[in-house]
Design a binder for this molecule. Structure first.
Ligand SMILES: [Fe+2]
Ligand SMILES: [Fe+2]
Length: 273
């Protein structure tokens, strides 16, 4: 059987993820992958996955009752149906309360931060990994910039930098850092997608920036296929949050910070105005 090496590595989450596996785990993964391919071929779905084009994705816009950029708290997800009533937030909500009541299950960011923790990355990067996609609860479009703005008053500058710019670097492979263009992006942006000018300009700026590796390491840990069965929790990050996240005593949203209104929006997305 012919092995599509790129597809196999991408299925494991890229070369960075593969580099963390011992040889036995790699052999197991290869065996599973080959079995899946054979099953797919037997079912008549062999060959590489066919990704949509930009035009095909555009044609889907008017088939939905929501826009793809809308944050998770505002929609019922891709399956349609009505939204659910949200649990109320405590009086002085903390970051952990938002994780529990608004960002949950937060599996993806917890896995990213867990990987960053295991590979001994700096605490600023671990924190950036933990927070990098949380703003998608509110807004998916340009979520790196929204996320950086949401967290900026409370976290170190390097973490903010990592969160803001991981969004742009996700579109550009960096073999030396162990980051490949993700298959997921062919699926959700289209196989013939090219990033808009502000993303391209940001990438050029970052290539020469002394903090290039901050967002780059967020992308290296930004894995969708790393371990779908991993059990993750926020507990291992309590100390890092304690050291680097300035929790306001009034609670997030009640503290009059430049992003307090964003926390209030997350707390109460049912407010009509
Ligand atoms: Fe992201
Ligand atoms: Fe992510």
């Amino acid at each position: 059987m012919e092995i599509d090496r790129r597809a196999f590595i991408a299925s494991l989450g890229g070369t960075a993820a593969v580099s963390m596996m011992d040889s036995e785990a790699k052999a197991d993964a290869l065996e599973h992958w080959m079995e899946d391919q054979l099953d797919a071929q037997a079912a008549g779905q062999g060959g590489p996955e066919k990704f949509p084009t930009v035009a095909e994705l555009d044609a889907q816009i008017e088939t939905r009752s929501f826009r793809r950029g809308a944050g998770n708290v505002f929609t019922s997800g891709n399956r349609g149906g009505n939204v659910k009533k949200l649990a109320p937030m405590p009086k002085n909500p903390t970051l952990q309360d938002f994780f529990r009541l608004r960002f949950a299950p937060a599996n993806h960011v917890l896995q990213s931060a867990t990987r960053a923790l295991k590979t001994g990355m700096s605490e600023e990067i671990i924190l950036a990994c933990l927070l990098h996609d949380c703003a998608q609860a509110m807004m998916k479009a340009d979520h790196g910039w929204w996320g950086a703005q949401l967290f900026e008053p409370y976290i170190p500058e390097k973490s903010t930098f990592g969160i803001r710019y991981h969004q742009a670097l996700r579109f550009y492979a960096d073999a030396d850092a162990g980051y490949e263009y993700p298959d997921l992006y062919y699926r959700i942006f289209g196989q013939d997608y090219t990033p808009p000018p502000h993303i391209e300009a940001t990438y050029k700026m970052l290539r020469n920036h002394k903090w290039y590796m901050e967002p780059r390491l967020v992308t290296v840990n930004d894995l969708y296929a790393f371990d779908p069965n991993a059990k993750v929790s926020i507990d291992p990050f309590e100390d890092i949050i304690g050291r680097h996240f300035k929790t306001p005593k009034e609670g997030l949203g009640n503290d009059n910070s430049p992003s307090a209104h964003m926390w209030r929006t997350l707390a109460n997305p049912d407010a009509p105005l």
